[in-house]
Write a protein that binds this ligand. Structure first.
Ligand code: PYC
Length: 413
């Protein structure tokens, strides 16, 4: 038996140190307060400490770290977007992901699988070609492939879809990957905490103090904190936080549901997405199929699962993989997605001095985690938008400079 296991078995306490230490009280003031202890907030805290030497930072999380979108997504990483701005940003994220396990000394089970976006219509094929060309131009590996190529990599797929919208081809993106999503939050949290950042769980922000258009403090259920730099990184709650400083965003919140099946022997190496069938599917390292569909088609600020989702998703899964008819869904859940009109995020400085925003991630917040952390840390540290997030500033909605990314959505939203 490995020695580490024996240590656990014989020790009255945990043999491993906790991932981070949590102070019992908030300090009176911090250089930076980050609202939201998901991957994005923790990554920003980590890079603030590591790259900019700013360690007097509190991350305020109303629940436990990674309890929101970070632990609820389907853990897909890719950079095969439609716009040059999007490809540039997500490519930075993919590159950062590659080294994270080593950097954190924590296995994120990052696994490159190759990502197929299936096209069932001429117009979908045209969009895939367009994406492939933009990707190649930006140095990202993506190519349009035919049915024979898909079948060779995924022999189990029924490309005729039981004669309902046969697959015509696909966008193939070899760097597409999956990773263990909650470990990303732990890695960033531990790394930030080791450098002096405080993480306060079960702490709710109840207000933000603004004087002369500058932030001066954060009110919480555990007391008032003075600070003149606040980063809001809270998927699902952005409108409640921005209201506290008098800002409006065009964000609307929709639930996104997902599920996993019982574990099976490994058979699906690739990640498969079909916008026409409202389906994405991959197989985790534990053998479960991880699957999701489109957003629920109504605004709702709660995470509940529906039978309707499970029925719709199962039907579509069987069109592509009829042999799964006996496979059981094991568990089902939902997360909250902050949707913007152009499907691009809202990042950077705002017109309230010292108030920075990282929001509007829709259905792709997880894959953005490293790049959003790195660029938001730069932005907060220098009070200047990092150049690669400049196109995503909140002011783009007033200036009609949208970054239309809907064509890169995994499923039709
Ligand atoms: O954009 O890869 C994606 C995705 C998968 C599930 C939701 N979004």
């Amino acid at each position: 038996m490995p020695y580490r296991l024996l240590r656990f078995a014989l020790n009255k306490k945990y043999a491993e140190p906790p991932m981070f230490t949590e102070p019992s009280k908030l300090k009176k003031s911090y250089d930076v307060v980050i609202i939201g202890g998901g991957g994005h907030g923790l990554a920003a805290a980590y890079y603030l400490a590591r790259d900019h030497g700013i360690t007097n930072v509190a991350v305020i999380e109303k629940n436990y770290i990674g309890s929101g979108g970070t632990g609820r997504n389907t853990a897909i990483v890719r950079s095969n977007y439609l716009t040059a701005e999007g490809v540039n940003f997500y490519d930075k994220s993919v590159k950062l992901f590659l080294d994270l396990s080593t950097e954190f000394n924590l296995n994120l089970f990052y696994s490159e699988r190759g990502h197929f976006t299936l096209a069932h219509t001429d117009s979908a094929l045209r969009t895939m070609r367009w994406r492939a060309e933009v990707n190649k131009h930006m140095g990202v590996e993506s190519v349009l492939v035919d049915r024979a190529f898909i079948k060779e990599i995924i022999p189990e797929i029924d490309l005729d879809c039981r004669h309902n919208m046969p697959v015509m081809g696909a966008l193939y993106h070899p760097p597409g990957a999956i990773a263990r999503h909650d470990a990303v939050a732990w890695g960033y949290g531990r790394g930030a905490n080791m450098r002096g950042v405080e993480i306060h769980q079960n702490t709710t922000v109840t207000g933000i103090e603004v004087k002369n258009n500058k932030v001066v403090g954060v009110k919480t259920n555990k007391g008032l904190i003075q600070t003149n730099r606040i980063l809001s990184a809270v998927a699902g709650y952005t409108p409640s936080i921005t209201k506290m400083v008098g800002l409006r965003t065009p964000i609307v919140i929709h639930p996104l549901q997902a599920c996993v099946t019982e574990p099976m022997k490994p058979w699906l190496n690739a990640i498969v997405v079909s916008a026409s069938f409202h389906l994405y599917i991959s197989q985790s390292s534990r053998g479960e199929l991880v699957m999701g569909a489109s957003l629920d088609p109504y605004e709702l600020h709660s995470t509940r699962s529906t039978l309707d989702f499970a029925e719709g998703l199962s039907g579509h899964t069987l069109e592509l993989f009829p042999f799964l008819s006996e496979c059981k869904i094991l568990r089902q859940w939902a997360g909250l997605s902050d949707m913007t009109p152009d499907f691009s995020p809202i990042m950077g400085k705002t017109c309230v001095e010292g108030f920075y925003i990282d929001a509007g991630w829709g259905t792709w917040g997880f894959k953005a985690t490293p790049a959003s952390g790195k660029t938001m840390a730069f932005t907060v540290a220098n009070d200047q938008n990092h150049e690669i997030i400049q196109p995503f500033n909140l002011s783009r909605f007033e200036q009609y400079e949208l970054v239309g990314e809907k064509g890169a959505a995994s499923v039709g939203h």
